[in-house]
Write a protein that binds this ligand. Structure first.
Ligand code: IVH
Length: 692
């Protein structure tokens, strides 16, 4: 049933066409994209769907009808007889299975269809011509039919053979067009960017842009200094040679000295293609270059020929994309959060965007220095990234999208919650609210106090804590034990039953194990495992209040066993406990808790506890501001982790302090999650990730 075209739909199609043309131009001609590939793909999909539903919308100048943009005028144009096509995209296994169904239906064959599946390189497509085995011409894809002549630039790539190797299987063809992808390895890209920054030149946004920018040099001496590489994945016109299958083509190219990707899976069933996708996706971050999916190709050339091509793409191949891990979105606002320890953290409030399948609406901006370094302003369009389990972060601003009214951001000089002046402690990048009575800190402290790993008070959630603090019923933890039912009934949405339940939960929590009691106090650097060591050393609250930091500082004088028992508590932690207990307000609150009926006695052994670094292989790098390296190592070990020296594929995460150096470089290269210093302390203190 044909559908009726409405003016709204026609206008939408027109808008999509214009946008796609513009993005095409920015991407292919200027190498300065404004949107991510994923967003571009979505616009293209929408237009293709509209044109499929309403054939009257199809126009010869539609971006769906051509492959790229016209070449820059400064380069010579190369016309080609076999166009360099694009590929249809698939995002879900269903779409790949549909592709397979279409192939089967089209070929009407009893034979099993075998596919050759390859990593989809995120680089720049090129075509090289070899005449009698000698490289004579090279061009970019351009609009598919005509590209830019870049022979001199391609000749600078070390891995490109200037003369083909002789192969045993076949004679060198008199004429051969080969196609492939030029790319830059991630580590090389980073090195190049570092040098550019040093020289005051703008860095490239990603390895693909760096490769494209390097190929588009009119002066090939500049290209020669750029670390480019290439993998070949197909052929164009050929004379004096033919192939029966795609895999045969690839192995022959390799025999002639043309590099092919080592991760290709030749001749596999469609089911094995699904497995390959998954395997490669999980390995994606271990590869030294960027890939954005896999390309699935019908292996037999006679099948390929029968299937043929549509205007823009062949029917015998499909690109199955990985979910994008970077997206662009609008930074609508910057909020400042105050955590349990008073640290002010700027947080980007983003227009919600799906990044690798997870909706992201907030991303940490770390601190003031970071915002300034990246020149992030409110109203900017930013590139956000989510890698592994790491909290989403803002990678960079898309400057070309900056509106004239974008507002620079200043960290507040007073705490956004209690309005007391904030301070920047020496040697720290963070601003801190040092008012211990600040409601934000009190709320966070109470939430921590009531959490599972501390007093485990059921029903004392975030909203309730906020009300209790705002209404003045609770100023410190001790107040919880003096709450009466009538106080609770005065709160919003609090019924008889909930009030009774909460009073009971508070009462039951009074016999908390001593280690959880100590953890609940929220002493900086005292997480669950340190609390357990302290509770073993000081078997009662009285003993703990007489804490003596000396023994932690003079461990040499202790017996072997004692030293072992105290392992992991060094000067930083000892002084933190000392400072906490020296504060009369804290002592008073502890005494009041005891008066309120809190009786911690027994210990809860940590055996059943899941450590924050359980079974994780961790590498430390750089200088930690607030902990010695030995303390950090011991902390990780106590939390069930293993600390090793070198970053390898098997490393689970890298803890990076100041001046991290090459280990950070290597971790990024391998896609290993990097934990900053503040996040590290938070993990040790509360592995469930306190909101501060
Ligand atoms: S085959 C007709 N194989 O993806 C078949 N393309 O969206 C055309 N690409 O322009 C391409 N890795 O730049 C093929 N292993 C691979 C590829 C690959 C990356 C790029 C290539 C092409 C684009 C199509």
């Amino acid at each position: 049933m044909p559908k009726t075209l409405t003016p709204e739909i026609a206008a939408r199609a027109e808008m999509l066409r214009k946008e796609l043309h513009r993005h095409n131009y920015r991407y292919y001609v200027l190498n300065d994209p404004e949107i991510s590939d994923a967003q571009y793909d979505r616009l293209m999909q929408e237009l293709m769907a509209l044109e499929a539903t309403y054939p009257e919308l199809r126009r010869i100048d539609s971006p769906t009808q051509r492959v790229g943009a016209p070449p820059l005028e400064a380069f010579k144009t190369v016309e080609r007889s076999v166009p360099m096509l694009s590929l249809d995209n698939a995002f879900h296994p269903d779409e790949v299975l549909q592709f397979h169904e279409r192939v089967l239906k089209f070929l009407q064959t009893e034979e099993t269809i075998l596919y050759t599946a390859e990593p989809k390189m995120d680089g720049v497509a090129v075509e090289l011509v070899y005449e009698e085995g000698t490289l004579t011409l090279a061009s970019t894809r351009g609009d598919g039919y005509r590209g830019e002549e870049i022979t001199a630039n391609i000749r600078t790539i070390r891995s490109v053979p200037l003369v083909l190797e002789r192969s045993r299987e076949r004679a060198t063809p008199s004429y051969l067009e080969v196609r492939g992808e030029v790319f830059m390895e991630i580590s090389q890209f980073k090195r190049l960017n570092a040098t550019r920054l040093q020289k005051g030149q703008p860095p490239f946004a990603n390895p693909r842009n760096a490769a494209a920018g390097s190929l588009r040099q009119l002066d090939s001496r500049i290209t020669a200094t750029r670390p480019l590489d290439v993998f070949f994945y197909g052929t164009g016109n050929m004379t004096g040679v033919s192939f029966a299958s795609h895999w045969e083509t690839l192995t022959q190219l390799q025999a002639w000295g043309l590099k092919i990707n080592p991760h290709i899976r030749p001749r596999i069933s469609i089911e094995a293609v699904l497995d390959f996708y998954e395997a490669l996706e999980s390995k994606r971050h271990e590869l030294p270059y960027e890939i954005d999916g896999i390309v699935v190709k019908v292996d037999r050339i006679d099948f390929q020929q029968r299937l043929g091509s549509k205007a823009r793409s062949p029917r015998w191949a499909v690109a199955w994309k990985f979910p994008a891990i970077q997206e662009t979105t609008l930074l609508e606002n910057i909020e400042v959060r105050v955590g349990r320890t008073g640290v002010l953290t700027p947080v980007a409030c983003l227009k919600p965007v799906s990044v690798g399948g997870v909706t992201v609406s907030r991303a940490t901006l770390h601190n003031e220095d970071e915002i300034r370094k990246k020149d992030i302003r409110i109203g900017d369009t930013v590139l956000v990234q989510r890698a592994g389990d790491v909290i989403p972060e803002v990678v960079q601003v898309i400057l070309s999208k900056r509106p004239p009214d974008a507002r620079p951001f200043e960290m507040p000089r007073v705490c956004p919650v209690c309005k007391e002046p904030v301070v920047r402690l020496e040697g720290e990048s963070a601003l801190r609210c040092v008012n211990a009575a600040c409601p934000a800190q009190v709320k966070a402290a109470i939430r921590h106090f009531a959490s599972k790993a501390a007093f485990d008070i059921d029903g004392l959630g975030e909203k309730l804590v906020a009300q209790l603090v705002d209404k003045g019923y609770v100023r410190s933890w001790a107040d919880l034990f003096f709450l009466e039912k009538k106080d609770l009934l005065a709160l919003d949405r609090m019924g008889e039953k909930s009030a009774d339940n909460l009073i009971r939960a508070i009462k039951e929590s009074k016999s908390v194990p001593l280690n959880r009691f100590i953890h609940a106090l929220g002493i900086p650097h005292v997480g669950e495992s340190v609390a357990l060591i302290l509770a073993k050393k000081y078997p009662s609250v009285d003993d703990f209040m007489n804490f003596d930091e000396e023994i932690f500082l003079k461990k040499d004088e202790l017996s072997e066993d004692e030293r072992k028992a105290l392992k992991g508590i060094g000067p930083v932690i000892a002084e933190s406990v000392r400072a906490f207990l020296d504060n009369p307000k804290n002592r008073e609150a502890i005494v009041r808790m005891l008066e309120g009926g809190v009786t911690p006695t027994r210990l809860e052994d940590g055996a059943s506890r899941e450590g924050a670094f359980k079974d994780k292989t961790v590498v430390l790098t750089g200088t930690l501001e607030r902990m010695t390296r030995d303390e950090a190592k011991a902390s990780i070990e106590r939390e069930g982790g293993k600390v090793v020296r070198t970053v390898t594929k098997r490393t689970d995460c890298l803890v990076a302090g100041r001046d991290p150096g090459s280990k950070l470089h290597r971790a990024r290269e391998l896609g290993i999650p990097v934990i900053g210093e503040d996040a590290f302390y938070r993990m040790l203190e509360d592995k469930r990730g306190d909101p501060d």
